[in-house]
Design a protein around this ligand. Structure first.
Ligand code: NAD
Length: 434
């Protein structure tokens, strides 16, 4: 099968690489010429474990190509995936669909023969209808079926998630398109991955419902953590105690500084807006979003409290900047709000992140970047763990005691045992463990 993937970011690039690994011939297109040049030079524009090897292998086998030439890729394709960004629209929080609609216009002119147009981007209910309308407006003769196939991969584990998904959701209302989509995903079909065939609108909504539910789970345990701190309980034990109940499940019950990243904040906002527009507000998600927004900055107050109420003129060492480990993605990372709030209170920030420095420099100012956790801690008045990269899980605490001016550790990911850290004479604060 010949496939074109338009948008070669976290989702488009991983999808393209995996489809080519399934045996399809894939053209990944992007209008960012530097991204395509870097891919053609064998350099990954993003950090994602295993991606470089997968891409190199498919390129060698001549099954994966990168180009800025959308028209050539589309003309030859039996399926065109739209995988461009759908960020929050400035001002009102609705999903900004301008990139998706631009791609619909761009591909319309190049379509040849029956083509399945698949929205892989996360898009609000009804976007598929509009994509279809735009294509038909530009090319009334086009023989197309527009399908919704939302992506559920997690950055940091994207390839594993794509190849061994919990489910594949397909909003297909055309028999020929169903056959094409089944062929594309045949290797997963044979592995008995669950397929959910449904209407296009249902598929579009399913993606938002999934992300909103996960955001709710995180926010729920975060509020329970706050209560734990007041009543002298331990949130990790509460999470285990409820998570072992199969109706609840243990995942997404890790209390922390609030969710961030390229999906949850914008997708909860977009769902809230869609629901309000249709007169069916989802108030639980409105609350989740508001609580989470406040939480990120509130984490700075935790740092203040651990530093005797003030960080003015003090140096705070921050470990981890990306919104989660194993990615370089800084979009809506809690670190941004936390660091900005600390700077507002007069703190000087030193930071270390294994992969995120380049992206962090685009969104944060006045930071001294360091090359490892120990250089970061040298001369600092407190150490804050914001992202739980593996290399922060086994820090040499006695060494850090000597490097910090004061041994204060604020662990916003609960990766240390409080008793153990205090034994090393640290003042220790964490989440929901009084
Ligand atoms: P991204 O910003 O990493 O990638 C988007 C790419 O599209 C960019 O490289 C950009 O240059 C390109 N692009 C924009 N307009 C274009 C055009 N007209 N022609 C060609 N290329 C164009 O975004 P992403 O993280 O890959 O997300 C893409 C979509 O997938 C979003 O809707 C997102 O919500 C959804 N999604 C993301 C994730 C994730 O973990 N990142 C997971 C599931 C779903």
């Amino acid at each position: 099968m010949r496939i074109a993937v338009v948008g070669s970011g976290y989702v488009g690039l991983v999808s393209g690489a995996c489809f080519s690994d399934f045996g399809h011939i894939v053209s990944c297109v992007d209008n960012d010429a530097s991204k395509i040049a870097s891919l053609n030079a064998g350099k990954m524009p993003i950090y994602e474990p295993g991606l470089a090897e997968l891409v190199a292998n498919s390129v060698r086998q001549k099954r994966l190509f990168f180009s800025t030439e959308l028209k050539t890729a589309v003309r030859e394709a039996e399926a065109v995936f739209i995988a461009v960004g759908t960020p929050s629209r400035r001002g009102d929080g609705h999903a900004d669909l301008s990139y998706v609609y631009q791609v619909a216009r761009d591909i319309a002119g190049a379509l040849q023969g029956f083509t399945v147009v698949v929205t892989k981007s996360t898009v609000p209910v009804g976007t598929g209808d509009e994509v279809e309308r735009i294509i038909k407006e530009v090319r009334p003769d086009a023989d197309i079926a527009v399908v919704s196939n939302p992506e559920f991969l997690r950055e940091g584990a994207a390839i594993e998630d794509f190849k061994r998904p919990d489910r594949i959701v397909l909003g297909v209302e055309d028999k020929r398109a169903e056959a094409v989509m089944t062929e594309i995903y045949r290797p997963l079909y044979l592995n008995q991955a669950p397929f959910v065939f449904t209407s296009r609108r249902t598929s579009e909504l399913t993606k938002y419902a999934a992300n909103a539910f996960l955001a709710t789970k995180i926010t729920f345990i975060n509020e329970v953590a706050d209560l734990c701190e007041k009543v002298g309980a331990n949130v990790q034990d509460v999470a285990r105690g409820i998570g072992l109940d199969k109706r609840i499940g243990g995942k997404f019950l890790h209390a922390g500084p609030g969710y961030g990243g390229s999906c949850f904040p914008k997708d909860t906002q977009a769902l809230i807006k869609t629901a309000q527009d249709y007169g069916a507000p989802i108030r639980i998600v409105e609350t989740v979003s508001a609580v989470n927004d406040q939480r990120k900055r509130a984490m700075a107050r935790k740092v203040l409290a651990a530093c005797d109420g003030s960080v003015r003129g003090k140096t705070i060492a921050v470990l981890g900047l990306t919104f989660k480990p194993n990615t370089d993605d800084m979009r809506d990372s809690p670190a941004i709000s936390i660091i900005t709030a600390l700077q507002d209170h007069g703190a000087l920030i030193r930071a270390y992140d294994p992969e995120g420095e380049e992206q962090a420099k685009l969104v944060l100012n006045n930071i001294t970047y360091t090359k490892d956790p120990y250089e970061c801690g040298t001369g600092a008045d407190a150490l804050v763990i914001v992202t739980e990269w593996d290399e922060f899980r086994a820090l040499d605490l006695p060494r850090l005691t000597g490097l910090l001016t004061k041994p204060i550790l604020i662990d916003l990911r609960n990766i240390y045992d409080p008793a153990e850290v205090r034994r090393q004479s640290f003042t220790y604060a964490s989440i929901g463990r009084s």
